[in-house]
Design a protein around this ligand. Structure first.
Ligand code: MTE
Ligand code: MO
Length: 513
């Protein structure tokens, strides 16, 4: 009997990497058919997000912005790669050790899928397939490697068999990973149908017309309406939930007189309203761009809740998305007659884009998104504040979070150099739902001067401002503050976004020269 030579380090590591890659990729491919929630790779990522401490989430958001998810998945790939190399090296002398590491990785994937908030029995298939594929490939390649190193006349062809086997695994892994990316979910067709239905529906309430001079885009402000492509996006979903309108339903239960379950047809049979709303994220720093405006189409949430019958003592509307994210909205705010809270199906003349909550999201003008704007909404429970604690409340953010009166300087930009003479400063301000009453600007600590404002479209939306200064060459500092329609001035007091939104007046240093 020939001795059992161990594969070279290089070969050992290669076998480890290939078997783990095959396991991950095949699991991902199977998940494309059984449900995106069951991809072991994505489930591990979701779990990392779910259990990340607050500071880390904030760090990721501020450092990588919306690239935070690709960065996370890339980081995970590196860690898994390292574990695969460890498995490969450990398995050189004793195959069993390598297999143990591969199985441990598989069990990790299985555990994260099973503990996901959206877990269903069918989700077991993908991680179980991964769990089998990993060790099987590992053992198979080891067998080929052993044989190919036997000193026999057939050595060359056995070597060829090993290389062929490794290449085949690599091809299968890449093909599965790529194949698993776009799951054929019929989402595009579903959205096209919805866009069509919304376009043909009769509106019971129209959004106000946007007048020609609603923005100062030529001076550097954003356009009044943000396009869907440019609308800021914030959520904790690693993969955008793929939920067809045809499969959607919303359960309204808890402290209500009549529990109901509604379909999209039920919603479209109700009077449709169209409202233009400026949305803001509580994480938006002073001067930040997590603020956007769109015209939403949907149904009035207050009307719906009045029909369902809200019981006294139901302090919050606890909303859950299909991927298990939650938000608690104070009931009293939603039930204010002029508030305009809604369940939205359309955004700027089309079905909600998948990343903004298709098919249905909630929206409450004047409340930060984390307490009001649940995307991919599937459940509303009327309950007390004590009974349920929402996702961000659990992580140190506030229970009640009205949007603070805020303003932003869009021109000049920080440290920009502008030509001498007349400098035309411009920016935006918002104070939902009452609206912006005025904006004042001062230069280099001088007197506050009233700015020119665009025509108000609605108290639920932002307003743009501009003011001219004649400036001498040199460094200057411009500062702005908004006043709401009731005369309350935006505070000078600086606070961080956590727990209920940043406050303070923006200031920009720039150069005239
Ligand atoms: N399902 C779900 N809905 C969500 C979130 C989320 O993480 N998951 N984030 C909320 C937050 S913090 C904000 S600011 C808004 C952002 O909505 P947008 O991405 O459409 O701008 O969505 C809210 N709705
Ligand atoms: Mo947010």
């Amino acid at each position: 009997m020939s001795p059992q030579p161990r594969p070279s380090r290089f070969l050992g590591a290669g076998i480890g990497i290939l078997s783990v890659a095959a396991a991950v990729a095949v699991g991902h491919l199977v998940a494309a058919f059984t449900g995106p929630g069951s991809s072991p790779f994505l489930a591990v990522g979701d779990t990392v997000i779910r259990f990340s401490p607050q500071f880390l989430t904030e760090f990721a958001k501020t450092t990588f912005g919306t690239a935070d998810k690709p960065v996370l998945l890339g980081g995970m790939a590196v860690v898994i790669l390292a574990a695969a190399v460890v498995a490969g090296l450990a398995g050189r002398r004793r195959v069993g050790r390598g297999v143990t590491v591969v199985v441990a990785l598989g069990l990790l994937g299985l555990a994260t899928v099973v503990t996901a908030p959206t877990f269903r029995a069918l989700d077991l298939v993908a991680p179980l397939v991964s769990l089998v594929v990993g060790p099987a490939v590992f053992l198979g390649l080891h067998r080929l490697a052993r044989r190919s190193s036997d000193v026999e006349p057939h050595g060359l062809s056995r070597r060829a068999a090993l290389l062929g086997g490794m290449a085949a695994v690599a091809v299968v892994a890449v093909a599965s990973g790529v194949g698993g990316l776009p799951a054929g979910s019929g989402l595009a067709e579903s959205r096209a149908r919805m866009t069509d239905r919304l376009a043909r529906a009769r509106l019971a309430e129209r959004a106000p017309a946007i007048p020609a001079g609603a923005d100062f885009a030529e001076l550097g402000t954003p356009p009044f309406l943000t396009s869907n492509a440019d609308f800021y996006r914030i959520d904790v979903a690693l993969r955008v939930p793929e939920l067809r309108a045809e499969d959607w339903s919303l359960r309204i239960h808890g402290m209500v007189d009549r529990e109901v379950t509604l379909t999209v047809d039920d919603l479209l049979a109700r009077p449709l309203v169209e409202r233009t709303v400026t949305m803001t994220c509580v994480s938006n720093p002073i001067g930040g761009d997590l603020v956007s405006t769109a015209t939403f189409t949907g149904i009035d949430l207050r009307d719906l809740l009045r029909e369902v019958g809200v019981r006294p003592g139901a302090e919050q509307i606890f909303a859950t998305s299909v991927d298990g994210w939650t938000a608690g909205t104070p009931t009293d705010v939603v039930m204010e007659p002029a508030r305009g809270a809604m369940l939205a199906l359309g955004m700027n003349g089309e079905a909600l884009p998948p990343e903004h909550g298709y098919p249905v999201r909630m929206l409450v003008p004047g409340l930060y998104g984390f307490v009001s704007a649940t995307k991919w909404l599937v459940d509303l429970e009327l309950t007390t504040f004590d009974a349920r604690r929402a996702y961000w409340l659990e992580r140190g953010w506030a229970q009640r979070a009205p949007i603070k009166t805020q303003s932003r300087i869009d021109f000049p930009r920080g440290f920009q150099t502008v030509p001498p003479g007349r400098v035309r400063c411009a920016g935006i301000a918002w104070s939902q739902p009452v609206g912006v009453g005025g904006v004042e600007v001062r230069m280099d600590g001088g007197p506050w001067r009233p700015a020119t404002l665009t025509t108000e479209v609605s108290g639920r939306t932002w307003r743009m401002w501009t003011v001219d200064f004649d400036l001498a060459p040199g460094s200057h500092t411009v500062q702005v503050r908004a006043t709401d329609a009731n005369g309350a001035v935006q505070t000078e007091q600086r606070t961080d976004p956590i727990p209920d939104g940043a406050s303070g007046q923006p200031a920009t240093i720039f150069t005239v020269g």
